[in-house]
Design a protein around this ligand. Structure first.
Ligand code: AVJ
Ligand code: FE
Length: 413
């Protein structure tokens, strides 16, 4: 991989700047709170990003000394515990915000120097890109964590990027629209450029013919299902005076019936069964998103052009989901909408390494720790997914009952 240092530096600055904007959402007095009981307090994440950069690029890849050994252990890692007990902090004594931010400033200066003229070519520059994408992944983690906070603890602000006008003509065409996808080959994985270890190696999967919904299951459809079955409401809903509301990022909204429902894998799976259907596999998602009638495969559902705000609801252009079908310019070759953006898509595929998986040098535990049969693959993107993470081979994963992530689903058969 040819390293473009200017590009990496710009990406680093932009990433750190966006992280600062995200950290400006919770009011300062909430700094030691834990918006999600299973996750670390807010302070951890502000320390984790610079500490991860130092641990990964400076210490592990470049074999140079770090800045503060204590911080680089305290803030090293802390994701996805399976119980509140396991989420116990490494200490009850977190540093002051001033200290965390001073550490962050020193770390940023060191990373900038390394990106400008350090020997970052090791492993093809893998560690340099890994820290940049790690920053962006955590911006999304922070967003859905801050989503949980009471509105009075947050400072509302406009989305970080400008959205395109939506296409109301197509919005709302939902129920029952399905698409037949003939048998064919799907390419999974990555064979060019940077990818996380779980994206390698690239390989080909034969996908039998199947059918898939053209739109995500909406709140309106989920409401009918709840009425018919007495299923519990999704985590993102609230009920007041007999009316249903959507718990948006900064405000409670009357439940948008034509927006995708955010649900857990368990809820999604139960809904599809009730419909006499099932969730798509990861390979079926690929086929529906990137396959074409001619057999050629695309980089994105809409073609090979770079992602932008006309293609889907991602990259911080909206805080909340918008009506399904709002991005006709993002539809796949089969006319399946919103496969990238407006909420990650649950698949029925248990997260695992592809055949030939090798842990990455820069972060050997990134994926392998989660090959435990307890996580399912989600694909696509949410409103809080950076456009730099929008790539065909990118895989994300969560536990089937994890209710916080911005994930929706559609039915397959
Ligand atoms: C890939 C989003 C599941 O946030 O738990 C961040 C990403 N790994 N730091 C997570 C991650 C280490 C991870 N997910
Ligand atoms: Fe992390």
């Amino acid at each position: 991989m040819a390293l473009d240092r200017e590009m990496l530096l710009r990406w680093f600055h932009d990433g750190r700047a966006r992280t600062r904007e995200v950290f400006a959402i919770p009011k300062p007095e909430t700094y030691y709170e834990r918006p999600i009981p299973l996750r670390n307090p807010i302070v951890f994440y502000e320390g984790h990003l610079p500490a991860f950069n130092i641990n990964t690029l400076i210490k592990l890849a470049l074999k140079e000394p770090g800045i503060d050994a204590g911080y680089e252990v305290l803030f090293e890692r802390g994701i996805d515990p399976d119980s509140v007990d396991a989420a116990k902090p490494p200490t009850d004594q977190w540093p002051s915000r001033r200290c965390v931010q001073e550490y962050g400033a020193k770390a940023d200066a060191l990373i900038e120097r390394a990106l400008s003229d350090g020997p970052i070519e090791v492993n093809g520059g893998e560690a340099a890109v890994a820290i940049l994408e790690h920053e962006q992944m955590h911006q999304e983690t922070l967003m859905y964590m801050f989503h949980e906070m009471a509105y009075e603890k947050k400072i509302a602000r406009k989305p970080l990027n400008v959205a395109r006008a939506l296409s109301p003509a197509r919005a709302g065409r939902t129920s029952g629209a399905t698409q037949k996808i003939p048998a064919g080959i799907a390419t999974l994985g990555n064979d060019t450029g940077f990818g996380w270890d779980n994206e390698f190696p690239a390989h080909w999967v034969e996908v039998p013919a199947f059918e898939i919904d053209r739109y995500n299951v909406t709140n309106g459809e989920y409401l009918k299902y709840m009425r018919a079955t007495n299923a519990e409401p999704p985590h993102f809903w609230a009920r007041h005076n007999g009316e249903w509301f959507w718990r948006g990022m900064f405000e409670l909204k009357p439940l948008p019936l034509d927006a995708p429902v955010y649900a857990t894998h368990d809820e999604a799976d139960a809904f599809t069964r009730w419909r006499g259907r099932r969730l798509p596999t990861e390979a079926e998602y690929h086929r529906a998103a990137f396959g074409t009638p001619s057999g050629e495969e695309r980089l994105y559902p809409w073609g090979n052009e770079q992602p932008d705000a006309s293609r889907g609801n991602f990259n911080f252009t909206n805080w909340d989901p918008v009506p399904v079908g709002s991005y006709p310019a993002g539809a796949s070759a089969w006319g399946v909408d919103d496969l990238v953006g407006n909420g990650w898509e649950w698949t029925s595929t248990v997260f695992d390494g592809f055949k030939g998986f090798r842990p990455m040098a820069s972060y050997p535990n990134y994926s392998a720790d989660f090959f435990d049969g307890q996580h399912f693959v989600i694909k696509g993107a949410s409103p809080a997914t950076s456009r730099d993470l929008v790539r065909r081979s990118f895989r994300n994963w969560f536990r089937p009952n994890y209710p916080y992530v911005y994930a929706t689903f559609r039915c397959a058969a």
